[in-house]
Design a binder for this molecule. Sequence first.
Ligand code: NDP
Length: 300
Amino acid sequence: MSATIIDGKAFAATVRGKVAEHVTRLKADHGITPGLAVVLVGEDPASQVYVRSKGKMTVEVGMTSVEHKLDADTSEADLLALIADLNGDPAIHGILVQLPLPGHLNEDLVINSIDPAKDVDGFHISNVGLLGTGQKSMVPCTPLGCLMMLRDHHGSLSGLNAVVVGRSNIVGKPMAQLLLGDSCTVTIAHSRTKDIQDVTRAADIVVAAVGRPEMVTGDWIKPGATVIDVGINRTDAPEKGEGKTRLVGDCAFDSCAEVAGAITPVPGGVGPMTIACLLANTVTACCRANGLAEPEGLTA
Ligand code: NDP
């Protein structure tokens, strides 16, 4: 293996440390404590784990964490009423509705009912538009985390060829916008892209956000390129015992690491950065709401 491992776990700890420092200053200098409200509807086990982990880290950086756990059959009207309350609550600076929502709830309607200034996931249509037009917005956490790691590794990204594999609204498209904002030459590849290996092999940066275990292999990668693996896939791991599983990315780690110049592992790469960026977005939202200077290095 020749690639440098980009340690997302360590980087995320640094980001959380910067957030905590800023929270301390906000409290000491202005008497303000940033608050994050997380809304969970239903009992999806993975969502419950994410929400618990978000709440724990929110408290660790000194912010207020408020959790609203609603029954799976909660009506849309009740959910919208809760969001309206949170929108009007001056102690809450960030609102996150954990996705996916149960099928009877309209996700677009719910997300677009959040005050865009408190939309720390960056999914509100206003924030999507602001990002697309290069204006100040709340930026989706996972792509923001990828951007931070790329900036840290490369310094300037200007002029680099970047290929984003995946065109979802949550990862692929905002990732491409952010890379464009940093003056990369950006290509978005997806399930209909022809000769996709040739496309990725031309890239200085490959961001894989596909949801297919170990799809990207070393022969897709230009020697020396940087590989950011967003994928989180659980696969069978019979070598660990009957019924055991392991987490893998969208990139075959060993094979890509033979060729790449740098690569993020799974786990321990993009995943920890996502929650760190949620906390960063909350402190940013708090500063904006109070007309205060934003923390440096925590926004796009
Ligand atoms: P989506 O399913 O919404 O999008 C997947 C994208 O991959 C689609 O655009 C799809 O193309 C494309 N795709 C699927 N198959 C292929 C293929 N064979 N070749 C090329 N492109 C393909 O997924 P998300 O963007 O939400 O998530 C992607 C991955 O990232 C998942 O593993 C998810 O778990 C992980 N994730 C990780 C996060 C983290 O914190 N680390 C946060 C969010 C997601 P098309 O549009 O043509 O169908």
